[in-house]
Design a protein around this ligand. Structure first.
Ligand code: XLS
Ligand code: NI
Ligand code: NI
Length: 469
């Protein structure tokens, strides 16, 4: 059994920089060094204590590391074996392996300086031979993680139950045609909520990878949707019973692994929540790559959620437009990060949510250190996004154009339309008198150039030392 070391305490006290820890011996604490730094193990733009619009970057961005991609994954793909041989995954007994993995995880969190992490139940420890054994393992591991969380300052952004990998979920979990599977999935969520409560999770996530269908020829869609709604309702009731007051989140995705997933995109999920009277209890966890698969931009999904007051949290990653699946790459596209952060800030920022890197290093990036490079790249990307978006908002650089564009609704017939004081007869009478219509340009290209200008200018600026921008 791996012994818990005391490096976390040293790291926290800032006494040791450099060669500490058991697993990432060549990497020290990652610090902010600024845009001119050439140190690959330093942040160039993410400066946790720098103020942006009244809050520090750390408070705004609430970064989280995803356990599954970073500590469990080994680079396997449908055509090839794993390429990543992590020292922490070498032990054979599930609990020994799980504890070593947790030690590696906390060493990583501490060195990277992230405030949060996220996991599925199967990420923290392998499943046992029976559900009872799985639960016994989970109980041990949640106590172990709790101890580690107490020594460090890392918190749980969210946890979830994996209800898609094991063959029992072949027809779904809460939408399975088999009631025994439904009950099994319910047991997993019950345990997941107990863990969420024990570890003080800020949110609990549902992602329905197998909740959907392959063909309508064998599917009772109405029954499946009703069962799914009851499942969510029971989760809300159980959370209330045990006093778990974290936010429930649903993560939409249109397809993959199932051909059609019920929580297709933000709009579909919102309609589902409205239909079944669940909207007060859920918000959305939106993922960039899932938006791409749904044929939307990420900012579209964020805007739709914000309009309905259900923007909860995000899974930050990016897809590859040349590939048609969820490639879960680390986000490095500055432009997309600006547009995403723009929507998030406009919606008032994160409350219980944050930025979880649901992203994996590429199969050929198999060195342990690549895990740092990937997260540093992602964190810097979102830091730039935050700075630029905040400045765009502060200067009303885009808002002003939008205000002008809709000016016709601030007076005359437009105001009557807006205030619901008109009808088809009145409008027809008006149109007969005003049929020589003049439109204004939408100015897209000019606006894109504005975003580019803000992006390039923000990168040139020195960081604010006090509470200014
Ligand atoms: C898969 C999903 C998954 C969820 C958590 O595509 O993104 O990783 O975030 O189950
Ligand atoms: Ni995700
Ligand atoms: Ni995904």
């Amino acid at each position: 059994m791996v012994k818990q070391t005391c490096y976390l305490t040293f790291a926290l006290q800032g006494k040791v920089k450099g060669e500490i820890g058991m697993f990432f011996k060549n990497v020290g604490m990652i610090e902010y060094e600024g845009a001119d730094s050439e140190n690959p193990y330093a942040f160039k733009y993410y400066n946790p204590d720098e103020y942006v619009g009244g809050k520090t970057m750390k408070e705004h961005l609430r970064f989280a590391v995803a356990y599954w991609h970073t500590f469990d994954a080994d680079g396997k793909d449908p055509f090839g074996d794993g390429t990543m041989f992590r020292a922490w995954n070498r032990m054979t007994h599930p609990l020994d392996k799980a504890k070593a993995r947790a030690e590696a995880a906390f060493e990583f969190f501490e060195k990277l300086g992230v405030p949060y992490f996220c996991f599925h139940d199967v990420d923290i420890v392998d499943e046992g031979a029976t559900l009872r054994e799985t639960f016994a393992y989970l109980d041990q591991m949640s106590s172990f993680l709790k101890e580690m969380m107490e020594t460090s300052r890392v918190q749980l952004l969210w946890n979830t139950a994996n209800m898609f990998t094991h063959p029992r979920y072949v027809h779904g979990a809460a939408t399975s045609c088999n009631a025994d599977v439904y009950a099994y999935a319910a047991a997993k969520v019950k345990k997941g909520l107990d863990i969420a409560k024990e570890l003080g999770a800020e949110n609990y996530v549902f992602w329905g990878g197998r909740e959907g269908y392959e063909t309508l020829l064998n599917t009772d869609m109405k029954l499946e949707l009703e069962n799914l709604a009851s499942f969510y309702r029971m989760a809300v009731e159980y959370a209330r019973e045990i006093g778990f007051d974290g936010q429930f989140l649903i993560e939409p995705k249109p397809k993959e692994p199932t051909k059609h997933q019920y929580d297709f995109d933000a709009a579909t999920t919102i309609a589902f929540l409205e239909t079944y009277g669940l909207k007060d209890h859920f918000k959305l966890n939106l993922e960039a790559n899932h938006a791409t698969l749904a044929g939307h931009t990420f900012e579209h999904e964020l805007r739709v959620a914000a309009l309905h007051d259900v923007l909860g949290s995000i899974d930050a990653n990016q897809g590859d437009l040349l590939l048609g699946w969820d490639t879960d790459e680390f986000p490095t596209d500055l432009y997309s990060a600006v547009l995403a952060m723009y929507e998030i800030l406009k919606a008032g920022g994160f409350k219980t949510g944050g930025i979880n890197f649901d992203a994996k290093v590429r199969r050929p990036s198999f060195a342990d250190e690549d895990l740092f490079h990937a997260h540093i790249a992602g964190m810097d990307t979102y830091a730039v996004g935050l700075k630029v978006a905040s400045r765009l908002l502060e200067d009303k650089a885009l808002d002003q154009v939008i205000e002008e564009r809709y000016e016709s609704y601030t007076k005359g017939i437009g105001l009557e339309i807006k205030e619901g004081r008109t009808d088809l007869k009145k409008l027809a009478a008006y149109a007969l008198e005003h049929d020589q219509i003049e439109n204004q340009s939408g100015r897209q290209e000019r606006l894109k150039a504005t975003v580019n200008r803000y992006l390039l200018n923000a990168l040139r600026e020195a960081p604010a030392e006090k509470e200014t921008r």
